[in-house]
Design a protein around this ligand. Structure first.
Ligand SMILES: O=C(O)CCC(=O)C(=O)O
Ligand SMILES: [Fe+2]
Length: 164
């Protein structure tokens, strides 16, 4: 099977993203702004590049941010679960209250993953810090446009994980 992905940026910065993480690159501990996200692992790295998470770390909508619990996670004092997935796995998760990260990719195979982020309310964007991290800028393109179209072979398109 091949995955063909057209990434379309609408009036705001895109809600569909293709993440590339080459050797040494990682995504640090964070919560998502989105209500939920769907990811598709296009290419698994040789080693590491693992999604780790801890459920129910906070209740953002109730304003319960659990800063001390988050400090413990950042200090490496709390055990996280690891999701061992293969290329072709689809993962559904709610990262709003579950802290999560991706460990640094090891080896020469780049970790490639599609993220589709959804909100229950319209018009919700990433925070400024997240926009700078992901896009290196804060502004939005003026018109919809196709960013790229890519095709990757997927050996195992059968696994669907709903983790939280
Ligand atoms: O790369 C992943 O598996 C998760 C991505 C993620 O947490 C995010 O885009 O907010
Ligand atoms: Fe996330």
């Amino acid at each position: 099977m091949a995955a063909s992905i057209a990434l379309v940026a609408e009036t705001q910065l895109p809600a569909i993203n293709l993440h590339y993480a080459s050797a040494g690159q990682e995504l640090g501990w964070h919560f998502d702004n989105s209500s939920f996200a769907i990811t598709l692992l296009i290419q698994k790295p040789d080693a590491s590049g693992v999604f780790e998470y801890i459920k129910n770390m906070r209740d953002a909508d109730a304003g319960e941010m659990n800063y001390s619990g988050v400090s413990d996670v950042l200090a490496g004092k709390k055990a996280a679960k690891q999701l061992q997935i293969e290329s072709g796995s689809l993962v559904l998760f709610r990262g709003r209250n579950a802290i999560h990260r991706v460990t640094p990719t090891q080896g020469n195979t780049t970790r490639i993953l599609v993220v589709l982020a959804y909100n229950s309310e319209p018009g919700i964007e990433l925070s400024e810090a997240a926009r700078k991290t992901f896009y290196g800028r804060l502004d939005s393109p003026r018109l919809p446009f196709i960013i790229s179209e890519v095709t990757y072979p997927i050996k195992n398109p059968c696994c669907i994980w709903r983790i939280i």
